[in-house]
Design a protein around this ligand. Structure first.
Ligand code: ADP
Ligand code: MG
Length: 680
């Protein structure tokens, strides 16, 4: 049977090699790609307006008979306009076209057309500027709701509308219904035929909504079904069972006892590691909740059982920090560590490669340098990645592919509400550390306006004089933005030259070379600089116990979870710590959001609130999960559909875990395809 998913676009009328090439730029290769190339918006041209009722500066659809031949008006070189008068039973209007001499061939006196364009009223004359038009009785792009697509050069709206209409007509009978009938009924969803037809050429706005709801549901449903299937599959892979799981000696060597939350997560990890299956676990824990020691415990177990581990961090600073924190703890038990990063010297690298290969190193800490081809392990059995959202699933896999059936442990400090975590990390088991070690001081947080600038500057100076350090974070400024924002560079110039000329101040931002970034970070870590001005690049797990003050400029521009992450950079030592949120404006929403920040230090609570107030967009911005792209669904707006489709996916797989039932054939096909291409 013909499958639109596998049918080359060139089989459609009017699409040859050249057009196909242009369409490829839009990601359209098959007929189904074209049919699921969705409009970005619609123009409601369904209402026909009488000439008498036209309003200035609006777009309108008008039915009229052409009453004069098209006349030509030369203005100057490069500007000629063409006019024709039309009338209906309420009045007369003039259609004006610029530099389009072919108009004469299409617009004939005495015929009735419908026009759609911008209305200009000057005194008593009513003009329609550069309207689209078509013979009234054959209307396709007037008198209806018209789709507007994102374009690329060589591809016009008209071409897309026509091709999509063609594709729909020709292939409609071959559409495949991936959503099982009982689910369509249960969630009151329309069939695929109705959905495709009405998402492009909606009969009315109600039909458009119905179509959209179904397609969004489908997109989420397929994603969630395939994630859950992947998870079920990894559960079945057999892993190396670690039979020695006695960690009492290691725990008693630590300067503290684990919190209950840490204990619970340790239990879960021990269970995974000894189960005979492969561990695939995400540990979510607020900043400072003590995730690193959890990693150390897993490493300890792995090495006790005679295997090697690797722990990868997204930046050199972090990798070194892990190495410095953990290698002394592990060394007491004869566990040999190495640090491998981009700046490791060639000679050291060679030595490390060799020792990893012959098993003389038990745990390699490092950056992406760990996943280069040169790195080979004798017996890698545990791969840990810290601050997961900086890595793609691919990179995580590249690390674990350096061994056989490697156990994976991922640490993240982004407290994602459970519903979202199921999507982002849908293929993993999730543990949560929902408690901070005892004795942590609350970070006092203040939200202030520009009028407090002087006082805050004095406060910064006082902290530095006490021997502490301060972060000052500015939002990253996009080139396209014209709003008045404090850019990190400008702010740095002002602070270091005018306000604190006597205090060593550093700067770090995303556009700097990796090496310079590292150097600036290191200066701050070891105290060469006391103030660090930065964009959000410092957000990831950096630990500078002497830093006691976090000042955030234009705090209103950040998501709450991000503010919380940033704030977590201070309060890591014994000294009382503070966070100052400068806001440039105070709408009700901003006030409400800042209030949560000043009242709560609980990352999960904050992220739940963020989700409620701003939708999940912040969690899925390009910054964190850029690769998660939807064709039609929008996490920010379609959140309730997301939940329902998740429940539906779960129910489906409970009934038919491998999707072998005949009526699930298409959904199996679709989810297999999705799983192949999935990058989170
Ligand atoms: P994060 O979860 O942000 O990665 P870390 O693992 O860096 O947090 O831990 C933050 C600090 O808390 C470290 O200095 C660590 O030694 C300390 N810590 C971890 N667990 C405990 C505990 N149970 N009791 C006291 N201090 C702890
Ligand atoms: Mg950490």
């Amino acid at each position: 049977m013909i499958d639109p998913q596998k049918t080359d676009i060139r089989l459609l009328k009017g699409i040859g090699d050249a057009k196909a090439k242009q369409l490829l730029r839009l990601g359209v290769f098959t007929v189904w790609d074209l049919l699921t190339y969705f409009p970005i918006r619609f123009e409601d041209r369904s209402k026909v307006t009488k000439i008498f009722d036209l309003e200035h500066d609006t777009n309108a659809c008008v039915n009229g008979i052409v009453v004069t031949p098209v006349s030509e008006h030369y203005v100057r070189k490069g500007l000629t306009y063409y006019k024709a008068q039309i009338r209906d039973d309420t009045g007369i209007a003039t259609c004006i076209f610029f530099n389009n001499k072919y108009i004469k061939n299409y617009l004939k006196k005495g015929y009735e057309y419908s026009f759609y364009g911008k209305i200009n009223i000057r005194g008593n004359t009513r003009e329609i500027l550069s309207p689209e038009f078509e013979i009234s009785s054959q209307s396709q792009c007037t008198k209806c709701i018209v789709p507007v697509y994102p374009l690329t050069s060589g591809i016009s709206q008209k071409f897309l509308r026509k091709s999509i209409a063609d594709a729909y007509r020709t292939y409609q009978k071959y559409f495949r219904e991936v959503i099982p009938g009982d689910l369509l009924k249960e969630y009151s969803l329309c069939g695929i035929d109705f959905a495709i037809k009405n998402i492009h050429f909606p009969k009315d706005s109600a039909s458009l909504e119905i179509a959209k709801k179904r397609l969004v549901f489908e997109e989420f449903f397929l994603l969630q079904t395939s994630l859950r299937k992947m998870k079920a599959r990894t559960k079945k892979i057999s892993g190396i069972p670690f039979l020695k799981t006695d960690i009492a000696d290691f725990l008693s060597s630590l300067p503290f006892t684990l919190t209950d939350a840490q204990k619970a997560v340790t239990e879960e990890i021990m269970h995974d590691l000894s189960s005979g299956g492969v561990m695939n676990r995400l540990v979510q824990g607020d900043v400072g909740s003590g995730k690193t020691i959890i990693a150390a415990i897993a490493i300890y177990i792995c090495v006790q059982n005679g295997y090697q581990s690797a722990m990868m961090a997204p930046t050199e600073v972090l990798a070194r920090q892990h190495y410095n924190d953990l290698s002394p703890l592990l060394e007491k038990f004869g566990i040999r560590s190495a640090l491998l990063t981009g700046s490791t010297t060639a000679k050291n690298k060679r030595e490390i490669y060799e020792k990893l290969q012959n098993g003389e190193i038990d745990i390699a800490f490092g950056t992406h340098a760990l996943i280069t081809d040169k790195v080979e392990f004798k017996s890698l059995a545990l791969a840990i990645t810290d601050e997961q959202h900086r890595f793609g699933v691919r990179q995580r896999m590249q690390l674990s592919e350096k061994g056989h059936s490697v156990h994976t442990l991922v640490m993240t400090a982004t407290p994602i509400p459970r519903t979202l975590a199921l999507i982002v990390y849908g293929d993993m088991d999730i543990s949560v550390i929902d408690e901070l070690p005892p004795g942590r001081q609350k970070i006092d947080t203040y939200c202030v306006g520009e009028n407090m600038r002087e006082r805050i500057n004095t406060f910064i100076r006082k902290e530095i004089e006490k021997g502490n350090r301060a972060y000052i974070v500015c939002p990253a400024v996009e080139e396209s933005e014209t709003v008045e924002l404090k850019s990190a560079e400008e702010h740095y110039a002002e602070l270091s030259q005018k306000i604190f000329p006597d205090i060593p101040t550093g700067i770090v931002h995303g556009k700097m070379k990796a090496k310079d970034k590292e150097a600036a970070m290191n200066d701050f870590i070891c105290g060469n600089t006391k103030i660090l001005v930065s964009t959000t690049v410092i957000e990831v797990g950096v630990n500078v116990p002497e830093a006691t003050l976090m000042v955030i400029e234009n705090a209103e521009r950040f998501g709450l979870s991000q503010l919380h992450q940033l704030r977590g950079r201070v309060g890591r030592g014994k000294e009382k710590s503070y966070c100052v949120l400068f806001c440039a404006s105070f709408s009700d929403e901003i006030k409400e959001r800042m209030k949560i920040m000043t009242q709560s230090n609980d990352g999960f609570k904050i992220s739940e609130t963020d989700l409620k107030l701003r939708g999940p967009g912040d969690f899925f911005g390009t910054r964190q999960h850029g690769e998660l792209r939807f064709k039609i669904a929008d996490l920010a707006n379609d959140f309730s559909v997301l939940k329902h489709s998740g429940i539906a996916a779960e129910k489906l797989l409970k009934k038919d875990p491998l999707l072998l039932d005949e009526q699930h054939f298409y959904i199996k096909e679709a989810t297999d395809r999705l799983a192949e291409n999935l990058v989170l």
